[in-house]
Design a binder for this molecule. Structure first.
Ligand code: NAD
Length: 379
């Protein structure tokens, strides 16, 4: 099969990790008989430099015609003083909204090989795990195109002393909530069959609405164990007993914060992939799902062969799974990443925090990606 993939390498370490991911995908194509056609596009800081805007219309238009979009990261100190609407990060919101990708899937798991990179003590992880193992495997489903990040906002003043207040609005429609819940229930049915709605229903009306709708949909999914948790409790439970969670579904702002918290538990932000789906995958207009590592452009390590390429490579595996239904191929990438970690290779961000174990070897971006490719060749 032929697939068109829009590539937005972006800024900082983005181009480094994306070029390695393209090598991996090329090999997957050769091995499994697919052709991946890459269309490179500009967004973020690079686009500001060349066109004056973070998301040129041509980028969105072309991305809409592709089968999927793979993004590195955007942003950096060079563009930090620009006004909000001209900042590189504006491109992310524009792409998500423009492609209609309303559900962000962020896996956060602790691989056994990276146990020592997790900041939680072994005892904390094992005590809460029914099997006594030091691991967890969570999928956070975050609503991505609604809520307070997109709601009405502004400043008000009494005219005499200038601005005296500011506001942002959390507003969700029934349809917005229902569609993301369907994605989350579908994911839970393919995993361990547990779903937890995280909200602030003790205070917020919008959360009570989420809860009401979830209860209705839960009644249609009796095979899934549905639970409800306040966001402040969830922030605690994630570091007290992460293994209690399977799928967490939540609003845009809560998902943003909780998924960053969960990312630390996984050892490093350099390991975490994400998929943003919606569009045609959920009955919408545009085909492209958007796949990206959750890390930013990491300007502190850009160009130094220090970036962990695994989050980007694992994002490509998610793309094969969710956008192209190429499960075997996705698993081949994941298995190659696993084997590479088994062999003891570690970029700096995932090296053991507590001890330097004898079988660990510190490597850079190139060597890590090269090892994944080697492992993939023998898959
Ligand atoms: P960041 O994720 O770029 O970096 C945070 C820390 O994690 C840094 O110490 C960095 O070196 C490290 N890190 C990140 N990715 C890594 C990797 N793959 N391997 C090893 N270490 C890694 O977050 P930040 O510093 O807050 O943001 C830097 C820039 O990126 C900002 O301009 C921010 O707005 C932007 N940003 C973009 C995205 C995106 O494009 N999706 C997401 C977050 C931040």
């Amino acid at each position: 099969m032929n697939y068109s993939i829009a590539l937005v390498p972006g800024d900082g370490i983005g181009p480094e990790v994306i070029s390695k991911t393209v090598d991996v995908l090329d090999l997957v194509g050769d091995k499994f008989g697919h052709v991946f056609n890459f269309v490179e596009l500009e967004a973020g800081g690079r686009a500001i430099d060349s066109t004056g805007e973070p998301l040129p219309a041509a980028t969105l238009e072309t991305a809409r015609q592709c089968d999927a979009l793979l993004l590195g990261a955007v942003g950096g100190p060079k563009w930090e003083t620009l006004p909000g609407d001209l900042r590189p990060e504006k491109a992310l919101l524009g792409l998500r909204a423009g492609l209609g990708v309303f559900a962000n899937l962020r896996p956060a798991s602790l691989l056994p090989q990276l146990k020592d990179a997790c900041p939680l003590k072994d005892g904390v992880l094992t005590a809460s795990n029914p099997e006594g193992k030091a691991n967890f495997d969570i999928l956070i489903v975050r609503e991505l195109t609604g809520g307070i990040y997109f709601g009405e906002r502004g400043r008000e003043g009494d005219g005499k002393s200038g601005e005296s207040s500011a506001f942002d609005t959390e507003k969700y429609s029934r349809a917005e909530i229902e569609r993301v819940l369907h994605v989350a229930y579908d994911a839970a049915s393919k995993r361990r069959g547990k779903l937890c709605l995280v909200d602030k229903a003790n205070v917020l009306e919008s959360s009570r609405f989420w809860r009401e709708i979830t209860m209705k949909i839960a009644a249609e999914h009796t095979n899934i164990e549905t639970s409800y948790m306040y966001v402040d409790n969830c922030a605690m439970q994630l570091i007290r007993a992460p293994c209690q969670f399977d799928v967490i579904v939540t609003s845009n702002i809560f998902g943003d914060i909780l998924s960053d918290e969960a990312s630390v538990l996984s050892g490093s932000i350099g390991m975490l992939a994400s998929a943003s789906i919606g569009g045609k995958l959920a009955g919408g207009k545009y085909p492209a799902g958007m796949y990206e590592p959750i890390h930013g452009s990491a300007p502190d390590i850009a160009g130094k062969d220090l970036a962990n390429p695994l989050a980007a490579i694992l994002s490509a595996a998610m793309m094969l799974r969710y956008s192209f239904s190429l499960e075997k191929e996705a698993q081949a990438i994941e298995s190659a990443v696993n084997k590479t970690l088994d062999s003891g290779l570690r970029t700096k961000d995932i090296a053991s925090r507590t001890k330097n174990t004898a079988n660990e070897k510190l490597v850079g971006t190139n060597e890590m990606a090269g090892a994944v490719i080697k492992a993939l060749e023998t898959e």
